[in-house]
Design a binder for this molecule. Sequence first.
Ligand code: WT7
Length: 644
Amino acid sequence: MSDADIVPVKPEIAAHALANRARYEEMYLRASSEPEAFWGEECKRLTWMKQPTKIKNTTFFGDVSIKWFEDGTLNAAANCLDRHLAERGDQVAIIWEGDDPNDSKKVTYRELHEQVCRLANVLTAQGVKKGDVVTVYLPMVVEAAVALLACARIGAVHSVVFGGFSPDSLASRVQDCGSVALITADEGRRGGRKVALKVNADEALKTCPSVKSVVVVKITGGDVAMQPGRDVWLHEEAAKVPATHEPVEMNAEDPLFILYTSGSTGKPKGVLHTTGGYMVWASFTHQYVFDYHPGEVYWCTADVGWVTGHTYIVYGPLANGATTLMFEGVPNYPSTSRFWEVIDKHKVNIFYTAPTAIRALMRDGEEPVKKTSRKSLRILGSVGEPINPEAWHWYDRVVGEHRCPIVDTWWQTETGGALITPLPGATALKPGSATLPLPGVKPMLVDGEGHELRGATEGNLCIADSWPGQMRTVYGDHARFVQTYFSTFKGLYFTGDGARRDEDGYYWITGRVDDVINVSGHRMGTAEVESALVAHQAVAEAAVVGFPHDIKGQGIYAYVTLVADVEPTDALRKELITWVRKEIGPIAAPDVIQWAPGLPKTRSGKIMRRILRKIAANETESLGDTSTLADPGVVTDLVENRAG
Ligand code: WT7
């Protein structure tokens, strides 16, 4: 290989790995030359009620139609629970580690099965039926996994809304899919603080008439209002119903869940995943990417509110009969040793986190890591944004002590699971590269006109053919699905990311090429932040861009034009930040607000974001061509009054 910075496959990992290099290549070849045969075999990793005979029926052209295993039937929850009971009923399914380090518990597959059956019966008693949508607004408690699986068990479609989202964000996500029920909690706990979930939910539900029933999990015992006829306590209702439940038979293409994600326009999209293909992909990728061996303890630090939590805390690991750890807290509470202490406490073998967490912990130096053992660790993972080589090397050297391969997994809410990633026993690593595509994944780099770029090159990252875990549609808006992902480049799924491919065929994700920014591994549409800002009475116009941020990867930089006669003060700046937090949630709060008497626009009135990005990044020497600006003086002002 050509690049200097290469970390070869570790022989001791390759010796016991599910896939070495030869096996990976053989699988890749087979999946691309005979997809029907390959996935026809691989789908047997699930327990089907009716085994599929039609494997792949997909097209990226025209109206775009994606069907996998379309004549098969199954139940996702039964695949995560029932089928394991005979062999590993008493094995721990979930290790739950509380926000408080003295608070943890273990739930076996049998116990989890019972909890899921009870909630399935409760939901049914509340009138929830197959095909109904249930919104889940919960913190990281075992009941979050129970909620997902209970919905899946009765054939209801879950839509999880991250517990950090505001009442407004929750309301719009409930309204868009018309959920009939909400599962929430009295309060959440994070970093020693309480999160007022039920209060937020009550606020949101004022504008959500479709929700007929609210099931509330008691976590803190905090005093909350219960609306008679609508709200019930889970523990009370669960005690009244049977501990068994017959899982509902679902078609492979029946919806499993909706998850809202930000795009280039203001309104989040309901990404829809279906049952068969998603479950095959979740199981297949969890097993190979993390080289999961039975008995190992696996920990993904994501929140169940994001797709990473869906696929790699709940569905993938549980489908594979794994022991999955759920962590309620944060990396720096009570101290910055917390991750490593949890690893020692529960003998974690596989650890999967985000670059932003690693960078934040790096600031505290090596001591908080080194005072722990971490000898149980075998594999490390990274997800959410490109990992900078400095963070990669720290993760490798300080956390993994050069023993553990790092799998840098590139994927998206839309892809259902990892697409470009190393396999621990197969892939030599290059720090900062997500490396190679998984079997069944055909990445393609194209130029602005959609022409394929071959060899070592850089371009727009597309995927040329369908894989089982792919999203099927935007909930309730198939035209938007086609428009967003398949219209930029004809016949290709466009990821919205740019990437470079090196001479070894390795992919280096360079980041989003659309108006989406990646803040601490979370996706934020700049348009969403802009519409929150202009909703404030003092704001006439706003333009939001990302800028390089040491910890978050990208920070949020907002240019704000105030309405006439409003004074730009520090107090107003603070007020606007608080406003956005309240409108969307803390993750959307701008890091920097610059007052802008005017925004750089073309003569046709289009904001030139390229220039705003340069100013935000303090690259004012290279603003590029400004000749098409309607008023070049605007730029001079913005450069002179750069904030931050
Ligand atoms: C976007 C998807 C994948 C689940 C969590 C985020 C960026 C994600 C990587 C990675 C470089 C990455 C991309 C992608 N991204 N993982 N390993 N290397 N970039 O899911 O919120 O749907 O965001 O996150 O830009 O498009 P998401």
